[in-house]
Design a protein around this ligand. Structure first.
Ligand code: ATP
Ligand code: MG
Length: 448
């Protein structure tokens, strides 16, 4: 079948969990975005049960309506995974054992120390004439079928439902092998990922700059960050393009360049901080109370974090704050565990104990219980210590327990980012043993 340019696509997500409300179809959402980036429209997203008639029925519906049909899920080794059989029957392409695939499956099992049983052979069955889409991280290979449907050339690609595998196989497998069928990207995007300002404020700042008619502006509050996306066509004359570039620069300034932690949709805050720490050759340690390890986890998510992360102390109880971190009992008695004084002592203590260049601490009331009129739920402090300065920052974020915990981790990461970039730390109230709150300038250095 000679293929033509792919302009639109559909997805069929297979799995009973999708229909029982157990899971949301994140594969479809991710695919919609990935396709749009390539100038392809996702026309329909359909879900169906792991059943022959349902799969064939839904696939037929989608084949009638789009150039490319992507099927997700149902490629496992068990009897209830029916995607390959259903598609093979629908297209009249009998399943055949793919020996290359069988060999690599057996090898994969061996390298993982797992026994290869008869049932696993099913995963090497591929419809005759289909092209294999290898799975670099799992056992379920995918396949691509080129067919003619109602006189039109169609591509059908079946991929496993596990989101990690689905994504990597689309990016490295399918999109690569059909590159010549993809339209030239017709849109360009600028992407601003911000932290520290509410969506309404960001929206106001962006709206104050008149946008060229070619640019569409979109906002997305993706807790705890706010994203701003600018989208415009690529086929514009050079004057319009220059104008859009100027507009983009103005938007960056209007938002506040220091609130933008990343302009890459794939690079999150902890990766930005990771890269800055590597570049600075500084080491870090953490002392966590209400987040109990969440900050350490965020700092060590990417490989290479051993270059800067020394360790952390989960000082959940006052006893540990006192015994392990050296927070004076007097500080705890006078100001309480949720206080600027305690946060600062925690940071200083962990820095001294672990011998890092930088230390961060978090202490707060995540709720829903434990709030007081002076320190309501959502109050938290971030302590900061280096060889030359230390202090603490007070925040108030009255939300659910998990939101307070996540938000405080992000605040700590953002303090770190701003410190490493020599940007001012922006918080509502800043406590510093050396400086009163009325002066809201850059934190003054203080020797230990
Ligand atoms: P295999 O990966 O062995 O081919 P499969 O494709 O049938 O199996 P499932 O066993 O149905 O995949 O699901 C595996 C995991 O992927 C589950 O955790 C499921 O929640 C998740 N998953 C499946 N489909 C989707 C989807 N459309 N969106 C998000 N998660 C999904
Ligand atoms: Mg399944």
């Amino acid at each position: 079948v000679t293929q033509k340019l792919i302009l639109n696509a559909t997805i069929l997500s297979i799995g009973s969990e999708l229909l029982s409300g157990e899971i949301a179809d994140t594969n479809a959402a991710w695919l919609a975005d990935a396709l749009l980036e390539r100038g392809i429209l996702l026309r329909h997203a359909l879900s169906c049960d792991d059943q022959f008639p349902q799969i064939q029925d839904a696939a037929t519906f989608l084949l009638e309506r789009s150039d490319l049909v992507i099927v997700s899920g149902g490629l496992g080794p068990t009897d209830d995974d029916l995607t390959r059989e259903a598609l093979a029957q629908l297209f009249n392409m009998p399943l055949e054992m793919h020996h290359g695939l069988l060999d690599s499956l057996k090898q994969l099992f061996q390298s993982r120390g797992r026994t290869f049983v008869k049932n696993n052979e099913r995963q090497a069955l591929i419809p005759r004439g289909a092209e294999v889409i290898p799975n670099p991280i799992g056992t379920a290979a995918g396949f691509m079928i080129s067919v003619e449907y109602a006189g039109k050339p169609r591509l059908v690609a079946a991929l496993p439902g596990v989101p990690k595998e689905f994504k990597i196989m689309l990016n490295l497998g399918l999109f690569k092998s059909i590159e010549h069928l993809l339209p030239e990207s017709t849109y360009k995007r600028s992407f601003f990922r911000t932290f520290g300002l509410p969506e309404s404020v960001i929206g106001q700042r962006v709206a104050a700059v008149p946008a060229p008619p070619e640019v569409s502006v979109a906002y997305r509050a993706h807790f705890p960050e706010v994203q701003v996306k600018l989208r415009y066509p690529t086929n514009l004359n050079s004057e319009v393009t220059r104008n859009i570039e100027k507009y983009t620069a103005k938007i960056r300034e209007a938002i506040g360049a220091d609130y933008i932690f990343s302009e890459n949709s794939k690079v999150p805050l902890n990766e930005v901080v990771h890269n800055l720490l590597v570049k600075s050759s500084k080491t870090i340690s953490v002392a966590e109370s209400c987040t109990a390890g969440g900050l350490g986890a965020a700092l060590t998510e990417l490989s290479g974090s051993s270059n800067f992360f020394l360790g952390g102390i989960q000082s959940y109880s006052n006893q540990i704050k006192n015994k392990l971190l050296g927070v004076p009992q007097k500080t705890l008695d006078t100001y309480g565990a949720v206080s600027a004084e305690c946060a600062e002592q925690m940071a200083r203590g962990v820095r001294k104990k672990l011998g890092s260049d930088i230390a961060l601490s978090i202490t707060g009331i995540a709720g829903p219980e434990g709030g007081t009129p002076e320190k309501p739920v959502g109050t938290f402090y971030i302590g900061f210590a280096t060889a030359t300065e230390n202090g603490a920052y007070r925040y108030f974020y009255p939300q659910s327990r998990d939101m307070v915990r996540t938000y405080s981790i992000w605040c700590a990461l953002d303090i770190l980012r701003r410190y490493l970039l020599e940007l001012p730390v922006v918080v509502k109230v800043r406590y510093d043993t050396n400086q009163d709150d009325s002066q809201n300038g850059y934190p003054k250095a203080k020797s230990v």
